[in-house]
Write a protein that binds this ligand. Structure first.
Ligand SMILES: NC(=O)c1ccc[n+]([C@@H]2O[C@H](COP(=O)([O-])OP(=O)(O)OC[C@H]3O[C@@H](n4cnc5c(N)ncnc54)[C@H](OP(=O)(O)O)[C@@H]3O)[C@@H](O)[C@H]2O)c1
Length: 255
């Protein structure tokens, strides 16, 4: 039986790095999922035949069903499921179209949940699910409100699923990075260059996430900056946390 890793959002900054680091593991195939066929092809050009390209829109049920069919036909052992695909927009809620709101919830919440349940029957003792949440899951965040709420969902879902899977040897890790240097982060908003305090590289996030998953941790927080932030928001009143956050972010927002 072949051993595989499934990585969603494989064409983006963090996903590409997961493909790079996981390609060093003893795996027969890496199923790299995304919509951008040019970027998917670059992965197989770089990492070779191990990469199985899966073009799928995970906001659509047909995208999820494509993965379901591949699993049913090939019956692999899923060593890693890395739910990394995500969408984000820093803006006032009132400016979102219905389509944008639905897509955010579908990609950030619906897809990882469905993929977890599809993959678990193909997992064994020692398998890992890594769900890429965010440090924005620690608190309510005005102006990335929907995104942060979707990541709080992902984090809570992952940690509780990890408890439900106790005894199976399968670990679920909610990965909660702060700002990471990828194309997800706009360089400029509202005519101002955006500052991202404590920003880290994809290499660091992914290396720490894989180490934490190996140690069977249910959460992965990769920098001291975010660890302190996590601690602070536990003890500070949420109203104050939101006030500080809003003070820092408001200048970038066009109402
Ligand atoms: N960058 C940060 O500061 C940061 C911080 C904390 C957490 N995160 C989380 O880390 C994850 C990866 O983010 P990133 O920074 O690497 O972003 P990115 O470079 O923008 O990559 C996003 C990935 O998601 C995929 N995706 C988006 N919509 C999709 C859809 N409908 N169907 C299938 N795939 C879709 C994209 O693939 P295609 O375009 O090919 O479909 C792309 O591969 C996200 O979940 C994000 O929330 C990022």
């Amino acid at each position: 039986m072949k051993r595989i890793a499934i990585i969603t959002g494989a064409t983006g900054g963090i996903g590409r790095e997961f493909v790079r680091q996981v390609s060093g593991y003893e795996l027969d195939e890496i199923w790299a999922i995304g919509r951008n066929e040019v970027k998917l092809k670059e992965l197989s050009d770089t990492y070779g035949e191990k990469i199985v390209l899966v073009t799928a829109d995970l906001s659509e049920i047909s995208g999820i069903e494509k993965v379901e069919r591949m699993l049913a036909e090939q019956k692999p052992e899923v060593r890693f499921l890395i739910n990394n695909a995500g969408v984000a927009k820093m803006a006032a809620c009132q400016t979102f179209s219905q389509e944008e709101m639905i897509r955010t919830i579908d990609v950030n919440c619906k897809a990882p949940v469905l993929l977890c349940n599809l993959c678990i029957p193909y997992m064994k003792q020692g398998s890992n699910i890594l769900n890429i949440a965010s440090a924005s899951a620690f608190q309510p965040n005005p102006y990335i409100n929907l995104y942060a709420a979707s990541k709080a969902f992902e984090r809570n879902y992952s940690r509780a699923l990890n408890v439900e899977l106790e005894g199976t040897g399968i670990t679920v890790t909610a990965v909660c990075p702060g700002w990471v240097d990828t194309e997800l982060l706009p360089k400029e908003l509202n005519g101002k260059r955006v500052k991202y305090p404590g920003i880290v590289t994809v290499e660091k996030v992914v290396r720490t996430a894989l180490k934490d998953a190996e140690k069977k941790r249910d959460m992965s927080v990769c920098s001291l900056f975010v660890k302190c932030q996590h601690m602070n928001v536990k003890f500070m009143p949420q109203r104050l946390v939101m006030k500080i956050w809003t003070g820092a972010i408001k200048k970038y927002i066009r109402e």
